[in-house]
Design a protein around this ligand. Structure first.
Ligand SMILES: [Zn+2]
Length: 285
């Protein structure tokens, strides 16, 4: 199936699993569902091509990860997913995830729209360009800065959208630590690696999305929803999967509504944020 030309994408994550996004929300029209695309890394996860109030967007659930597609190299979910977004010509990307608090002031159901991150991952693809070249696909070599890794315009729309969706507390800045996973962290790791380093929340899937978005010249912002305390931060007494399930039942739909609120108001052609100027053709090819 050929990749449609679309300027906006939503990369689903644990924050909206079970919400029915996007098909079960009013105002959303599905143009094409269950679209799997061939990529140099293998078939992609199934995409949905939809529109809301006339704005077309692509949606892929859970970071493009499936039982067959892992988030680690080689042929990772992000390499496949961003190949599709590159070919589609996507310029604005919204991501989302559940996260653990590593700042003692944060509680479950707080939303953080981050303005910074620290990458602790060890097995993720680092460059879409390099991955494509390794597959024999000729592509421009891109160098970029990350002083404004998260788009301020998209982020402010997510802040407003989260408030409108009814979250009790919404933070317009914060630093995300990205863990390799898939295990959760030990109390010592939470304290030494995250809390004492000034990191506010820990999650597993902001990387490499945030790099690859810059590499393809797209703005990127993410909604991070605190679902639990980092181990040892406040108390070690939480009940695991059941608590997560209950939490998701309560907050998955408001998370999706926050994203839809932002989609309804974003201008896919607005480049006033300057994100696209922070990348250039590399002198080293
Ligand atoms: Zn931007």
């Amino acid at each position: 199936m050929s990749i449609p030309v679309v300027k906006v994408a939503v990369i689903g994550g644990s924050a909206i699993i079970g919400s029915g996004f996007p098909v079960e929300f009013s105002g959303v029209e599905v143009i094409e569902d269950d679209m799997t695309h061939d990529t140099p890394f293998g078939p992609s996860a199934p995409f949905t091509h939809a529109s809301v109030d006339g704005l077309e967007f692509l949606y892929v659930p859970f970071h493009g990860i499936t039982p067959e597609i892992r988030n680690t190299e080689p042929d990772s979910a992000s390499e496949r997913l961003f190949y599709v977004l590159l070919r589609a010509g996507v310029k604005k990307i919204i991501g989302c995830a559940l996260c653990g608090s590593t700042n003692r002031l944060l509680d479950p159901a707080d939303v953080v729209i981050p303005d910074g991150f620290v990458d602790y991952t060890t097995k993720r693809a680092q460059s879409l360009t390099r991955s494509l070249r390794a597959k024999g696909v000729e592509t421009e070599s891109i160098m970029y800065r990350l002083h404004q890794a998260l788009c301020p315009t998209l982020s402010s729309l997510l802040v407003e959208g989260s408030k409108e969706a009814g979250f009790p507390r919404v933070f317009s800045r914060g630093t995300v630590g990205v863990a390799e996973g898939p295990r959760l962290e030990s109390p010592s790791e939470i304290r030494l690696r995250y809390t004492e380093a000034g990191i506010d929340v820990v999650t597993m899937n902001l990387v490499p999305e945030v790099y690859f978005a810059r590499e393809i010249g797209a703005c990127y912002a993410a909604l991070e929803l605190v679902s639990n305390y980092g181990e040892g931060l406040v108390s070690t007494e939480w009940s695991g999967p059941e608590a997560f399930k209950e939490f998701q039942r309560r907050w998955a739909r408001p998370s999706a509504e926050a994203i839809l609120w932002a989609l309804r108001r974003l201008d896919p052609d607005d480049d006033g944020c300057g994100c696209s100027t922070h990348r250039w053709r590399s002198i080293i090819t």
